[in-house]
Design a protein around this ligand. Structure first.
Ligand code: ME8
Length: 517
C-alpha cells in the first residue's frame, strides 16, 4: 500500500488555539482523510511546540512552572483538535524525552561534520519571531513589523549552523523539483531568499543564561538548543526516528509539510539544510497556506478578535466550521472568518441545497418505493456530468484547491435539485409513470451517494449521517477499501432500505443583530 505522511506546523503553547491554527489542522485532516479514502496508508502528525522564551514567559505570567503550563496548554490544543474531529495518528509534544534525544542526535551529527560551530554573535532579536531580525526590515518606529515590538540587542557565544554550505544545493533542489515548495508564489519567494547574500549562517543555540526552557546542547550543558532545530525535528521524531526505525523507514520522507506562509523560510531552507547535515532524506513537499483574518482584521489579542475554535464548534458543530473555512477561501490565499458569511454559507449549502435534496428524495422514496432504493438507471445527462466532475474534483484535491472541489460537488447537487424540479417525480408517480419517477429518485440518490464521498474529508460527521440515511451499513470511511475505484464508481444498490431520520444539517437560526443607530 502506498504511504502518505502528512504533518502540520506545531503550535506554540504560549496562548490558546485560535482559528488560524484550526484552519491549518483541518486542512491536514482533509488531506489525510482524502488519501485514506484513496487507499493510501496515511500517517497524520500534529502537535505542539513547547520550548523557548515565549512559552517560558507565559508560564511565569500565569504563575506556573513551564512544565505544568505546557501540560495544561498541550491538553487544550489536543482537545480542541479532537473536538474538530481531526483524525491525527499522533500528537507530538516537543517536551517528550524521545524528542530531546532526536534533536540532540541531529545536532551531534551536524557538529561532527563541522556544520555546527561555535562563534560570537551580536544582533537584534525579536522574541515574537524567536529569531534575529535585520535592522532594515523593522518598521518606521524600529519595531518588528509582524509583532509590533522593539527587538532587543543580544550578544553571546553560540553555536552556528553553516547554512552557507547548503544554499546552492537547496536552490538546485527547488529549481529541479518545482513541486517541493508550493504554491508557486511561495516558491519564488524562497528562491529570492536563497539569492539574498544576507541569508547566511545562523545561531542555533543560546546560553543557558538567556534561555532555560529548552533542550541542552549535547556535551555542552551551558548551551541550550534554540527553537528551530528543536521544532522542525518533530517531523522525524513523530514518525519514529530513533524509537521505531521500521515506522520511520516506512513513512519518511514526509509527503507533505503543511504550514502557514510566515514560516516558509524555516521549512523550505533551514529544514532541508538540517536534514542534509544529518544525512537524512529531505521531504517531498512544503505547502504554505494563507492566513485567516476575522471580520477583515488580523487576529490580535489587543483587538480581542482571537476566536476560540472550541466555542464555534460547541455552538455550531465541527462540520459547519470545517465546511465554511474551505468552501470560501482559496487555500493559497488569505481568507476571512465573517459570522454573517459563515451562517449564510452553511445554511444555504448544507441545510438548503444538500439537506433539502436528501429530505425531499427520501420522503418520495418512503411514499412511493416502500423506503427502498428502486431498480433504475441514472439519467444519462446527470450521470455524464457527475462523471466529468469526478476528474475535476480529484485534480482539485490533489492541487490543494479545496474551494473549487467543494464548488464542483455542489454543482452536481444543484443539478439534481433542478432535475427534480423539472421532472416532478411526485406527479410522475401520481400519473402512474412509475418507471420515470423511479429513475429520477435513483438518479438523485446516486448524486447524493457521490456527494457524501466527496464531502467526507471536509465534513466527516455530516457525510457519515448522509451515508447512513442512504441506507449503507458499512461506515463511509470503510466502504472504499478493496475497491479499485475506491467506491466512487460503484452505484447505490437497488433494494437497499433508506433511513429517513430527519435533517442532516439543521438550519442555524440566529436573531438578527441589533441595528446600529
Ligand atoms: O510558528 N491563519 O507556531 P505558531 C492561518 N511553533 N494560519 C495561521 C494563522 C492565521 N491567522 N496564525 C498562525 C509556529 N497560523 C511554530 C511552528 S513548526 C516546526 C513550528 C499558522 O503557533 C502558522 O503559520 O505561531 C503556523 O503554520 C501555525 O499556525 C502555528 O503557528
Amino acid at each position: 500500500m502506498e504511504k502518505y505522511y502528512i504533518t502540520t506546523a506545531i503550535d506554540y503553547v504560549n496562548a490558546s488555539p485560535h482559528i488560524g491554527h484550526a484552519y491549518e489542522k483541518i486542512a491536514a485532516d482533509i488531506l489525510a482523510r482524502y488519501y485514506r479514502m484513496h487507499g493510501r496508508d496515511v500517517f497524520f502528525l500534529t502537535g505542539v511546540d513547547e520550548h523557548g522564551s515565549k512559552v517560558e514567559k507565559s508560564a511565569a505570567a500565569a504563575g506556573k512552572t513551564p512544565e505544568a503550563f505546557c501540560d495544561e496548554m498541550s491538553a487544550k490544543f489536543e482537545q480542541a483538535w479532537r473536538n474538530l474531529n481531526l483524525s491525527f495518528d499522533s500528537f507530538i509534544r516537543t517536551t517528550e524525552d524521545r524528542h530531546a534525544k532526536v534533536v540532540q542526535e541531529v545536532f551531534r551529527r551536524a557538529r561532527e561534520k563541522g556544520d555546527i560551530y561555535k562563534s560570537k554573535y551580536s544582533g537584534l532579536y525579536c522574541e515574537g519571531c524567536e529569531d534575529f531580525v535585520r535592522e532594515r526590515d523593522l518598521d518606521g518606529e524600529g519595531n518588528c513589523p509582524a509583532h509590533k515590538k522593539k527587538p532587543t540587542t543580544l550578544e553571546e557565544e553560540n553555536y552556528f549552523f553553516k547554512l552557507t554550505k547548503y544554499k546552492a544545493r537547496i536552490k538546485r533542489w527547488i529549481l529541479d523539483h518545482p513541486e517541493v515548495v508550493q504554491p508557486e508564489g511561495r516558491r519564488r519567494e524562497v528562491l529570492n531568499n536563497l539569492d539574498d547574500e544576507e541569508l547566511g549562517d545562523f545561531s542555533v543555540s543560546r546560553s543557558r543564561r538567556s534561555l532555560k526552557w529548552g533542550i541542552p546542547v549535547p556535551d555542552d550543558p551551558d548551551q541550550v538548543i534554540y527553537v528551530w532545530i528543536d521544532a522542525l525535528t518533530n517531523y522525524i521524531t513523530g514518525v519514529g526516528f530513533g524509537s521505531d526505525e521500521e515506522q520511520f523507514k516506512k513513512f519518511w520522507p514526509a509527503d507533505l509539510h503543511l504550514i502557514g506562509k510566515d514560516i516558509t523560510k524555516f521549512h523550505s531552507i533551514y529544514w532541508p539544510a538540517f536534514l542534509m547535515a544529518a544525512d537524512i532524506e529531505i521531504p517531498k513537499c512544503v505547502y504554505a497556506h494563507g492566513f485567516i483574518t476575522v471580520e477583515g482584521q488580523k487576529l490580535s489579542k489587543s483587538l480581542g478578535n482571537v476566536i476560540d475554535p472550541n466555542a464555534l464548534v460547541e455552538q455550531y458543530g465541527a462540520d459547519a466550521l470545517r465546511f465554511y473555512l474551505f468552501a470560501q477561501t482559496p487555500f493559497d490565499q488569505d481568507g476571512d472568518f465573517s459570522k454573517e458569511v459563515f451562517l449564510h454559507t452553511v445554511n444555504s449549502q448544507l441545510a438548503n441545497n444538500l439537506g433539502n435534496l436528501l429530505n425531499r428524495i427520501l420522503k418520495l422514496v418512503d411514499n412511493n418505493c416502500a423506503s427502498t432504493v428502486p431498480k433504475a438507471e441514472m439519467a444519462q445527462d446527470v450521470r455524464e456530468e457527475c462523471n466529468s466532475v469526478h476528474g475535476r474534483i480529484e485534480e482539485c484535491m490533489q492541487n490543494y484547491e479545496f474551494a473549487k472541489a467543494i464548488n464542483a460537488v455542489f454543482a452536481t447537487v444543484d443539478l439534481a435539485n433542478k432535475y427534480v424540479n423539472d421532472e416532478k417525480p411526485w406527479a410522475q408517480f401520481k400519473e402512474g409513470r412509475t418507471a420515470e419517477g423511479e429513475k429520477v429518485l435513483y438518479t438523485c440518490l446516486e448524486v447524493l451517494r457521490r456527494a457524501a464521498m466527496y464531502l467526507y474529508p471536509f465534513t466527516p460527521g455530516l457525510a457519515a449521517a448522509l451515508w447512513h440515511q442512504l441506507g449503507f451499513d458499512t461506515p463511509i470511511n470503510e466502504y472504499q477499501k478493496g475497491s479499485d475505484s475506491h467506491g466512487f464508481f460503484d452505484s447505490i444498490s437497488a433494494g437497499q432500505k433508506v433511513r429517513n431520520e430527519g435533517p442532516i444539517f439543521k438550519r442555524i437560526e440566529e436573531p438578527a443583530p441589533e441595528p446600529v443607530h
